[in-house]
Design a protein. Structure first.
Length: 186
């Protein structure tokens, strides 16, 4: 069993993985390496002057793994709610998770299968913390935005989702604010 299962390995999914893993949540990311980032070049991402989408993915994956996230090269074939947990299925395995973060770009099939509410614009209806109408399921990035698809927005959505998860787990609003003294040696 894992704390957080993340479906999708683009900016939203990897941001969620980084925040979850660095805060000691057992985190798994499922990714088929089909991110839109392979077609991107970032000039407008905070802290980055210029980086190819491919290079960004390598760096972001490394950050998530360095903090303890498990990255699985696997397509998620289904997510089902089982009581207060979720069963995430791939062709080869099943994982049980307390929370699910959907970060599948414009593909909203898993959200629909889970029974998440959709807006009139046919995107997943989420609150400011990116939580859907299904408690414990979050939808990030393009899943909840009709036309505002952008890497920095997606990364922020992933972070917002996991900060909400961390707040629920800790029983109080959680701030993820690092100081220079917090920087781990890698």
């Amino acid at each position: 069993m894992v704390d957080v299962a993340i479906v999708g390995g683009g900016p939203a999914g990897l941001s969620a993985a980084l925040f979850a893993a660095k805060n000691d949540l057992d985190t798994v990311v499922f990714d088929t390496d089909e991110s839109w980032m392979h077609k991107a070049h970032l000039f407008n991402y905070p802290g980055i002057r210029s980086i190819s989408g491919d290079e960004f993915l390598v760096v972001a994956r490394g950050q998530a793994e360095d903090r303890g996230a498990s990255l699985q090269d696997a397509e998620v074939t289904g997510v089902e709610q089982a009581d207060e947990e979720f069963v995430v299925s791939t062709d080869d395995d099943e994982y049980v998770a307390d929370y699910v973060v959907l970060a599948t770009g414009g593909n909203r099939d898993l959200a629909e299968d889970l029974g998440c509410d959709f807006t009139d614009e046919d995107v997943v209806d989420v609150n400011l913390d990116m939580e859907t109408s299904v408690e414990g399921v979050y939808a990030t990035g393009a899943m909840g935005r009709a036309e505002k698809w952008q890497a920095a927005i997606a990364a922020g959505d992933g972070a917002a989702a996991v900060l909400d998860i961390l707040s629920k787990e800790k029983g109080e609003y959680y701030h993820d604010f690092d100081m220079p003294s917090d920087v781990p040696e890698l």
